[in-house]
Design a binder for this molecule. Structure first.
Ligand SMILES: Cc1ncc(COP(=O)(O)O)c(C=O)c1O
Length: 393
């Protein structure tokens, strides 16, 4: 057996069902394994490598900062953190930002903001956060409680109390839950990722906007996966008629270094006081310098290209053999086979040097780097189509 795979299996906690592939380097959308074989990466490290592997602009921004100031602490001011917060607010209309290190942490902070706001405005008993069935919000005990998928919960009881789950796209059911509970807020992914790559309907999101006003709820929009240009808009909520009170993101904005971002809108911008939250590495200068560089490149012309690539993928895949359904938005795409298992299709793609992901609901999930060149997309699509056809035989 490959020595690295053997070491990993012996010494790394067995929380991941890894593919038998040891990736040693990468450039753009190409990953290279320890045999020197190349793969077109249609997963970008689960929506993290926004501009692919070792993108020069991002790498330069990070390394320049590393040679200047790699870390101090949140006891002092630093430029990259302040400038990134400013750019995020200017581009989204949000008002203040808390930085942490992961998607789960960004959601923890959002939940704290919603509960504190509700406690101060309605009373301390207003603690319930409504989330959606099939959602995914993270692996900490609180974000697991928020995650609307029972199979994640079973072995880790008791989880943080105060979460109930509503069916997606059912406005009446959601309002009933708002009334039945002492509700602080609603947390959604505009495009559900892990749970099946499914965009919420426009009507449902407008219904959430209505409830936001009627009940003064804190609406948390989890854009850990869907944010940072992936849907063809800078943030996924921009495809809908909703101004969330809190927007969280992570993954792609960091481009490969850990970051969590909790953006606070007008309603909750001053909810936190010193000591209410904190993070040793949150707002780290090197990570923020890279994120600032990434965010500044997501302009309208670039986002238009994302939408064009998306249209190409939908067109190619929608009528392909053994494809039942293509879902999602932008370069966040789920493909459900008529016959066969998504996991087997992913293995077949890997055999043919294309890396894809899977998601709930037996879907193959595509989350390529946003700057993937058309010729690589075309090659990858051929392999994916063949793998679907083979699974249908
Ligand atoms: C929508 C969403 N929220 C939260 C998370 C958790 O992020 P992290 O793994 O960085 O904690 C994920 C991770 O896949 C996600 O897709």
């Amino acid at each position: 057996m490959n020595e690295i795979i053997r070491l990993d299996q012996e010494y790394v906690a067995s929380t991941y069902a890894r593919f038998p592939l040891n990736i040693v380097k990468g450039k753009g959308s190409i990953a290279v394994d320890d045999q020197g074989d190349e793969y077109i990466d249609m997963g970008s490290g689960i929506a993290v490598n926004l501009f692919g592997y070792c993108d020069e602009t991002w790498s330069n921004a990070v390394t320049q900062q590393l040679f200047t100031l790699q870390h101090t602490s949140n006891l002092y001011y630093t430029g990259p953190c302040a400038k990134l917060a400013q750019m995020l607010c200017q581009k989204t209309g949000m008002k203040k930002v808390f930085f942490s290190n992961s998607g789960a942490e960004s959601n923890e902070c959002a939940i704290k903001a919603a509960r504190k706001y509700a406690a101060e405005t309605k009373g301390p008993e207003y603690t319930t956060i409504i989330t959606l069935e099939n959602s995914f919000h993270g692996r900490t005990l609180t974000t697991l409680a928020a995650t609307g998928q029972d199979h994640f919960h079973e072995l880790f009881q008791p989880l943080t109390p105060g979460f109930v789950h509503a069916a997606a796209d059912d406005c009446e059911g959601l309002e009933k839950l708002v009334k039945e509970n002492k509700t602080a807020g609603i947390m959604i992914e505009c495009v559900q990722g892990e749970g099946g790559v499914k965009a919420l309907s426009k009507e449902f999101v407008s219904c959430i906007a209505k409830l936001q006003k009627e009940y003064d709820l804190v609406i948390i929009d989890d854009e850990v996966q869907a944010g940072n240009g992936r849907t063809g808009k800078l943030y996924a909520f921009m495809n809908y008629d909703l101004i969330p009170d809190v927007v969280t993101t992570a993954k792609g904005i960091g481009g490969g270094l850990p970051i969590g971002v909790t953006m606070l809108g007008e309603k909750v911008k001053d909810i936190f006081k010193p000591g209410d939250n904190g993070s040793t590495f949150g707002g780290n200068p090197a990570v923020c310098a890279g994120a600032l560089s990434n965010l500044s490149r997501l302009d309208d012309a670039f986002l238009k290209e994302v939408s064009e690539k998306s249209a190409y993928l939908f067109k190619q895949l929608e009528h392909a053999e053994n494809v039942k359904l293509v879902s999602g938005m932008g370069l966040m795409i789920g493909i459900e086979p008529e016959k066969g298992k998504a996991a087997d299709i992913a293995k077949e793609c890997m055999k043919n040097h294309v890396l894809v992901l899977t998601a709930g609901g037996n879907k193959v999930r595509l989350l390529p780097a946003l700057n993937i060149p058309m010729e690589l997309l075309e090659k990858a699509v051929d392999v994916i189509k063949d793998a679907f056809a083979k699974a249908g035989e």
